[in-house]
Design a protein around this ligand. Structure first.
Ligand code: PMP
Length: 285
C-alpha cells in the first residue's frame, strides 16, 4: 500500500506528492525542515520539534501558513493515517514557487509537507560495536553566514563533510567550527565523557540545538552526572574516556575511534550504556 503524504492540509498518495520545479526549496534550498520520531504511537518531543521548525522559519523570514498547534496535530494525523506506531517523520516547509531569482517577494504558497516513513541511518551492528569517525576539513557553516541553529533545506555544508568522511571509509564525520573547536557531526550532536563528567559543545560553537541533545542532557543530569556544555578541541575528543553521538535518526550511538585514535578501551563505555538505557526509557514514557 502506498504511503500517504501530507501536502498543504491533504493526505495524498506518495506518487502524487509533488512540488513545482520553480519552488525555491528546490532552486535554492530555501526552506526549513524537521526530523522527528514516533515511538509506540507517541511522537517524541513533538512540541520541541515544532518550536524549532517555527524558529528556523522565523530566522529566514518564512511564514508557515498554518499555526504551530495545527502543525503538531497534522503531524500526528499523518502518522496515524499511515498506520505507524514507530516511524521517522520528515516535515518540510519550502518557500514556495517563485520567479527564477532569489527575490522571496516573488514567491508564494509555501509548501507544507509531512512524510511518515522508516529510516535507518547506521547498520544495527554499529550500535553495539561503536562508530569509527574522522574529522574533516570542511568546517561547519560560520554562524554569521548561515547559522547552524537554522535547520534549513540547504544541507550542502553537511553533505560535503559527509562525503569527506565517506571517502575516508567512515559513516559519519566530525566537523569543527571556524575557530577549530569541535562543533558537531554532519547529522548528529557529539558528547564526550571524562571521568564522571559528561560534556557537549555549547550552542555558540555553531551547532544545531538537537532535540535529542537536550533530552540526553536532561537524562544525564537526572542520572547524577556532571553534565555541562563546554568548548572543546579535537584533543579533548581524542583523550576522552567515551564519545557518543545523538540525533533523532541515529538516536544515541557510541563512537570508539576518532581520526584513528582509539577512544578509551575501544568499546562502548559504561556511562554511554547507562545514558542509552535511560534515554530509551524516556522514549517509551
Ligand atoms: N546536528 C545536525 C547538523 C543535524 O542535522 C541533526 C539532526 N539530524 C542533529 C544535530 C541532531 O538533532 P536532533 O536531535 O534534533 O535530531
Amino acid at each position: 500500500m502506498s504511503l500517504k503524504i501530507y501536502m498543504n492540509g491533504e493526505l495524498v498518495p506518495k506518487e502524487e506528492a509533488k512540488v513545482s520545479v520553480y519552488d525555491h526549496g528546490l532552486l535554492y534550498g530555501d526552506g526549513v525542515f524537521e526530523g522527528i520520531r514516533a515511538y509506540s504511537g507517541k511522537v517524541f518531543r513533538l512540541a520541541e520539534h515544532v518550536e524549532r521548525l517555527y524558529q528556523s522559519a522565523r530566522a529566514i523570514m518564512l511564514d508557515i501558513p498554518i499555526p504551530a498547534a495545527q502543525m503538531a496535530a497534522d503531524i500526528e494525523k499523518t502518522v496515524k493515517a499511515n498506520g505507524f506506531t514507530d516511524c521517522y517523520i520528515r516535515v518540510v516547509v519550502t518557500r514556495g514557487a517563485g520567479a527564477l531569482g532569489l527575490d522571496i517577494r516573488k514567491t508564494s504558497h509555501p509548501q507544507v509537507i509531512i512524510i511518515a516513513d522508516m529510516i535507518q541511518l547506521y547498520p544495527p551492528e554499529l550500535y553495539e560495536k561503536g562508530l569509527d569517525i574522522v574529522s574533516v576539513s570542511t568546517i561547519r557553516n560560520h554562524p554569521n553566514a548561515l547559522n547552524p541553529r537554522i535547520k534549513s533545506l540547504n544541507y550542502l555544508n553537511n553533505i560535503l563533510a559527509k562525503i569527506e568522511g565517506q571517502l575516508a571509509g567512515c559513516v559519519e564525520a566530525l566537523m569543527v567550527n571556524h575557530k577549530g573547536e569541535v562543533a558537531e557531526c554532519t547529522g548528529d550532536n557529539i558528547f564526550i565523557v571524562r571521568k564522571k563528567d559528561v560534556l557537549t559543545p555549547p550552542l555558540d560553537a555553531g551547532i544545531l540545538e538537537g532535540v535529542t541533545r537536550n533530552a540526553v542532557m536532561e537524562v544525564a543530569r537526572k542520572a547524577g552526572y556532571a553534565m555541562s556544555e563546554r568548548s572543546m578541541t579535537r584533543h579533548d575528543v581524542y583523550t576522552a574516556d567515551e564519545v557518543f553521538l545523538t540525533g533523532t535518526a541515529a538516536e544515541v550511538i557510541p563512537v570508539v575511534k576518532v581520526d584513528n585514535r582509539l577512544i578509551g578501551t575501544g568499546k562502548p563505555g559504561p556511562i554511554f550504556m547507562d545514558i542509552k538505557t535511560r534515554f530509551e526509557k524516556i522514549t517509551r514514557e
